[in-house]
Design a binder for this molecule. Structure first.
Ligand code: FAD
Length: 292
């Protein structure tokens, strides 16, 4: 299939991109890596009248330390850049571990973190990672800018809190604190496929080795990324062992609402969510105990 006719503008500046979006609203789409947008246009599921190519906006790409304890990633940063970035590996081990699970290297060469988050596919890894890390997202428009907490950003399948005139320009994530560990695991039919279920978790320890705070988020477990609130809260103040991970896994199974699909029934997804939660929590806790 070929896309419906559209106009194309390569943005010369962020201001121009925002002005065009303000003028055309939902009739216009930003073109980032094109790895989700172009296929949907070719199937004519999306028929934008105008494509605003933001690839020339190189200032919107890159990773930088923000203060002592957080990292800012420009929306146009490609997965491949993140995979090869030493700061990302050191400060964002959860995100780093999830990256190789996203599609194939060719797609990771083009796909951007901003395009992925704005697309908000419930099966995508990055929304669950940003939710597990309690990150925040910067939206800019001709009206100004605002920061949106990850918990407020994802509104459902392929739906975000972005207004029709807004562009996602940056993501801010807290760097992994001392005495913390993280783990991402997923099951997919084949390497590079979207996850049947994916689990992201972080564990932060107190001085005595008990859990100060744990956060668990899942992909492809509902209408959008799911933060497992009860399961996460169940671990605070406890020393994480087999009983605690099993209890948290059972809570996760009750907190998710997977849709089932041709690859996996809802029951199978729920089963896998429990298995992966227990394994990922155990691994994250071991990493925290070891100090990385
Ligand atoms: C074969 C295949 C396998 C894949 N497997 C996976 C997978 O396993 N996991 C996964 O997570 N993804 C997967 N993807 C999707 C891939 O990760 C996409 O790259 C990503 O979802 C979109 O990023 P992009 O930069 O290509 O965005 P684009 O396709 O350019 O844009 C996607 C949408 O976001 C909007 N947009 C883009 N940037 C912005 C911005 N800065 N602000 C506001 N709106 C914006 C666009 O207008 C469009 O509506 C796969 C894709 C393919 C083709």
């Amino acid at each position: 299939m070929k896309p419906a006719p559209f106009r194309y503008v390569a943005a010369r500046s962020l201001e121009q991109a925002l002005q065009l979006k303000a003028a055309h609203g939902d009739e216009a789409r930003f073109l980032a890596g094109g790895q989700s947008l172009v296929p949907t246009m070719n199937f004519r599921l999306t028929q934008p009248a105008l494509l605003i190519d933001i690839n020339p906006l190189t200032a919107c790409a890159g990773v930088q330390q923000s203060g002592a304890r957080s990292v800012r990633i420009g929306a146009l940063t490609r997965y491949r850049t993140l995979e090869r970035d030493a700061e990302t590996a050191r400060n964002l081990p959860l995100l780093r571990e999830a990256l190789p699970h996203i599609a194939h290297p060719q797609i990771r060469n083009r796909g951007t973190i901003g395009g992925n988050l704005a697309h908000a596919d419930p099966a995508s890894e990055m929304p669950a990672i940003v939710l597990a890390l309690a990150g925040r997202l910067r939206a800019q428009s001709v009206r100004g800018e605002r920061w949106i907490a990850a918990a407020e950003f994802f509104k459902g399948a392929l739906t975000t809190a972005l207004e029709p005139d807004e562009m996602l320009t940056e993501v801010e994530l807290p760097a992994a604190p001392p005495r913390s560990g993280a783990c991402f695991m997923e099951v997919a039919r084949r390497r590079g496929d979207f996850a049947i279920i994916g689990v992201a978790c972080t564990v932060e320890l107190d001085g005595d080795g008990s859990c100060r705070q744990a956060r668990i988020a899942l992909c492809n477990a509902g209408d959008g990324p799911i933060f497992a609130r009860a399961a996460s809260a169940s671990l605070a103040g406890r020393s994480i062992g087999a009983a605690e991970t099993a209890a948290a896994a059972a809570l996760v199974q009750g907190e998710i609402d997977p849709g089932g699909n041709v690859h996996a029934s809802r029951d199978y997804q729920r089963h896998i969510a429990g298995v992966l939660t227990a394994r990922a929590l155990k691994t994250a806790n071991e990493r925290a105990q070891r100090g990385h």
